[in-house]
Design a protein. Structure first.
Length: 313
């Protein structure tokens, strides 16, 4: 064992605040959570929604699982799904729109379910249900995912992320455009990588976050946008605590997205793979093409929400 260094120059401070999801298994990313869960539980068949990021399918295949697809309804809930023998239902909590009771009902009906709370970081896990969360969608960290599971534990190597912090630190002091390429590289970094434990750096940073503040700001911004847009939103959505983004669905989304981006309001097309995987007339195609995930996170307040609304109006 290497002798521990004492003295010398200071490194990043060690933070000691409470961390949300402290009791969960801390892994390197969301796809690592999926792969770890499927391997440790020996899950060989998974039903995925058509409306989902292709990373989920890649992770299932990497774990050696067979996949098939099911449809969701306009309320984001699974529609007309029947599980095959020894198959698991992968449930995505899109924009945090599935309630605790919704998930409880799915658990009672299907028994074998996996809940993806990548867009619902502040939702508590349902007891006895394998549930995963990802950190990079909510905070300025280079890696990180949490998994609640009763799967057998495995010894894992820790990820190391100090050399992938430049885009996070760079955007803190400069603008996003200068570091967009590095952020994209970091997203691609996890593809094909073995399952690892969360890096010490990310775990430390997560101990420094004021989670109640973040939750309140995200909730307030979501409600502000919802109050202004609910009559025009093609989605019938409910208010969300600690929201990921505000899903505004409109017929001319492509035109609006270009206008917003031209004015430095960055609104992504989530899961563009669905545009090639799903028929053009399908609900999943429409959800991908017509939803604008409007930013409402902790970096902003009502002034920025008003700026977004001014372009929408």
């Amino acid at each position: 064992m290497a002798m521990k260094e004492i003295g010398g120059y200071f490194e990043l401070e060690q933070f000691h605040g409470p961390m949300l999801h402290e009791g969960a298994l801390a892994l390197s990313c969301g796809r690592a959570c999926i792969e770890y869960l499927l391997r440790q539980k020996n899950i060989k068949k998974v039903a995925l929604p058509v409306f989902v990021c292709d990373v989920v399918a890649e992770s299932c295949l990497a774990a050696g699982a067979e996949i098939r697809y099911y449809h969701i309804g306009p309320d984001f809930k699974p529609a007309d799904v029947e599980l095959q023998q020894n198959e698991w239902l992968y449930v995505v909590n899109f924009y945090g729109q599935l309630t605790y009771d919704d998930l409880k009902a799915l658990k009672a009906k299907f028994s074998n379910i996996i809940v993806d709370n990548a867009q619902a970081y502040f939702d508590d896990p349902l007891s006895g249900v394998d549930t995963l969360y990802t950190c990079r969608k909510f905070f300025g960290v280079p890696d990180g995912g949490f998994l609640y599971t009763d799967a057998p534990a495995a010894e894992l190597e820790r990820d190391i992320s100090y050399d992938r912090m430049d885009f996070v630190l760079g955007r803190f002091e400069k603008n996003a455009g200068e570091f967009y390429g590095r952020a994209s590289e970091n997203n691609d970094y996890f593809s094909g990588k073995p399952v690892k434990a969360m890096s010490r750096l990310t775990e430390n940073l997560l101990h420094a976050i004021d989670y109640e503040y973040v939750k309140k700001v995200r909730s307030d911004n979501f409600n502000f946008l919802h109050e202004a847009l609910k009559e025009r939103n093609l989605l019938d959505i409910r208010p969300v605590q600690g929201a990921y983004a505000y899903p505004f669905m409109t017929e001319n989304a492509a035109e609006i997205r270009k206008e917003l981006i031209a004015n430095k309001i960055f609104v992504p097309t989530l899961w563009p793979n669905v545009l090639s995987d799903a028929p053009e007339g399908s609900l999943e195609y429409a959800l991908t093409a017509k939803i604008l995930p409007l930013p409402c996170d902790q970096r902003y307040g009502h002034e920025e929400m008003e700026r977004i609304l001014s372009f929408l109006k």
